[in-house]
Every structure is written in C-alpha cells, then in structure tokens.
Design a protein around this ligand. Structure first.
Ligand SMILES: [Fe+2]
Ligand SMILES: [Fe+2]
Length: 191
C-alpha cells in the first residue's frame, strides 16, 4: 500500500479538501452536476450514493442527538438517551461502517483495480482511508459503549459527542471522495 505520503496534508483524510486528477494520477474527472442527468448513473453509482447517504445521515443524527441530550438536566440524561435511541445509535453506526468498508476492501476495490488499473493510486488512497477510519471507529466504540452504562453522566455524553463529531467529518470526506473516484470510472466505462 501507499506510494504517497498519506500523512501529508493533501492526502490525509482528516486534512485534505478533496480529490482530483491533479492530486491522484489516473483519476477520471468528477463532474457531479452532470450525474443527475446521466441515465448510466441510475445503477451501481446511485446505489453507492444511497449507501453513503444512509451512513452520513446516521452519523449526523448521532451528533445532533447527543447535543440534545447534553442540553438536558443531569438527572434526565439516561432516560432521554434511551427514548432517542442515542444509547444504541453510535454502536450501530460503528458496525455498519465496518461492514461497508470490509465489503469494499474485499470485493469492490479489488474489482475496480482489475477493471481500471489506472486507478491504482486513487484506490491506494481509499484503502488508507479505510485503515484511518478503522482506528477512529475503534476509538469511538468504547466512547459509544459507555452510553449504555447505568447511571451514564454528561461527561460520558460529551466524550461520545466529541468522537461522533470527528467521525462525522471524516466519514463525509471519505464517502464524498470515494464517489468522486469510483463513479466517474463507471460512467466512463459505459460511455
Ligand atoms: Fe469506503
Ligand atoms: Fe463506501
């Protein structure tokens, strides 16, 4: 893996501002405005976007929900969290994202590499992203699991919120960039 410095600001998932053919050799240009009017988009590309939208929506809901819980009086935290499902959503999200990446690593990305060898460095970046996200998910797991404890307090909710905010940012960056890398290749292949 990695023929580029993934720790460099331009590549790292937490710091980069996007991906483009100028950054990654072999990438097809991503023209998102044209996707809506492209009939070839209504297949696997739309499916990938729906999967990503479900992940991003869950991640954003977790951030918003934990913020709401923090506005409650200390004595109501556990009950409100249970009513809103916030004691489970974080762990569900972690499992969902792990599963999504595992399938991409074993199936989707090797398939793309075989079909589009010119995407080697772009796919390398996505694999690095998955490793980076795995570490963030592992850190989040314990913070989110603590929300299920009896007598959970606001300090634990605040820690979980901090993890959820960080996850939200890097999940959105990764899924957006992954679409920019994979979808134009599919559209181009059937042009
Ligand atoms: Fe991914
Ligand atoms: Fe994905």
């Amino acid at each position: 893996m990695s023929d580029f410095d993934y720790d460099a600001q331009d590549y790292n998932l937490a710091t980069r501002s996007g991906v483009s053919p100028a950054l990654l050799a072999g990438m097809f240009p991503a023209d998102r405005k044209a996707w809506d009017n492209d009939p070839r988009f209504l297949g696997w590309p739309a499916h990938l976007q729906r999967l990503h939208a479900a992940i991003s929506e869950g991640s954003a809901r977790l951030v918003g929900g934990l913020e709401t819980v923090l506005d409650e009086p200390e004595g109501s935290v556990q009950e409100v969290m249970g009513l809103m499902g916030m004691n489970r959503l974080g762990l569900d999200l972690v499992a969902h994202v792990h599963g999504h990446h595992a399938f991409e690593d074993t199936d989707v990305l090797p398939g793309f590499l075989g079909r589009f060898p010119q995407l080697a460095s772009a796919i390398d970046l996505l694999e690095n992203d998955h490793q980076f996200l795995d570490q963030a998910l592992d850190q989040s797991q314990s913070a989110f699991a603590a929300l299920r404890n009896d007598g959970v307090a606001k300090t634990e909710v605040a820690q979980a919120l901090e993890q959820a905010q960080r996850l939200n940012k890097i999940i959105n960056r990764h899924t957006y960039d992954e679409e920019d890398i994979l979808i134009p290749a599919v559209l181009n292949a059937y042009a």
